[in-house]
Design a protein around this ligand. Structure first.
Ligand SMILES: Cc1cc2nc3c(=O)[nH]c(=O)nc-3n(C[C@H](O)[C@H](O)[C@H](O)COP(=O)(O)O)c2cc1C
Length: 197
């Protein structure tokens, strides 16, 4: 499959088995993840691989955020929502939390570290099917809360950019009908007849 075909064929697939994902596959995915463009060579990608019982920490963080931010919810509704939230990390056997490190030095800027970490997320999504895995990207306001990155052990100043859920698909997804770009593009200048190299 060409890279263009792989990009077009990618789609989120949350219907996964509980089967473990081998550490070798995770390493392959992460090695692909760090092949991003990066300005000032800051190497900003940071990953936490969350699996098995480790998923409980993420569940606790989600529920604590809910309790903090929704204190006035009607009780029965709140219990149902809390329960739903607490189960989310158990939708897949592996979750990779992806963060951008705070830049050091004067030149590098956080926005570009974030850009590179986001590209790492997309690399994982694109690499996963090549290893027989499915993947989807989740965030949510709890993820952007100031305490979440540190609760997951990332260093001070790191910003989470995604939670990538990974596992073996229970079934293949039918191909998605994808947009074409025309509606989002403007062109400036005209194509010259001769391109001087
Ligand atoms: C940065 C980012 C965060 C996202 N967070 C969520 C999320 O928290 N919940 C959700 O349902 N979809 C979220 N999405 C969208 C899905 O991951 C997915 O891309 C979307 O449903 C389109 O499906 P596709 O990946 O098959 O094209 C997020 C996408 C991005 C790029």
């Amino acid at each position: 499959m060409s890279i263009i075909e792989a990009i077009k064929a990618r789609s989120s697939n949350g219907i996964m088995t509980d089967a473990a994902v081998s550490p070798e596959k995770i390493k392959q995915l992460l090695d692909a993840a760090v092949c991003t463009p990066v300005h000032h060579n800051t190497k900003p990608w940071r990953f936490l691989v969350i699996q098995g019982a480790g998923r409980q920490l993420l569940s606790d963080i989600m529920v604590q955020y809910y309790d903090k931010t929704m204190p006035d919810s009607e009780e029965s509704k709140a219990i149902a929502l809390r329960d739903k939230l607490s189960k989310k990390p158990f939708r897949s056997p592996i979750i990779i939390a992806v963060a951008a490190a705070k830049p050091e030095g004067e030149k590098a800027i956080m926005r570009e570290n974030v850009a590179s970490a986001i590209a790492a997320c997309q690399n994982i999504l694109l690499a996963a099917p090549a290893l027989g895995l499915s993947a989807f990207w989740r965030t949510g306001s709890f993820m952007y809360a100031p305490d979440t990155a540190s609760a997951l052990g990332f260093k001070e100043g790191a910003e989470l950019v995604g939670l990538i859920y990974l596992g073996h698909p229970k079934r293949e997804m039918p191909p998605k009908s994808r947009e074409t770009s025309e509606a989002y593009v403007r062109w400036l200048g005209q194509m010259t007849e001769t391109i001087i190299s």
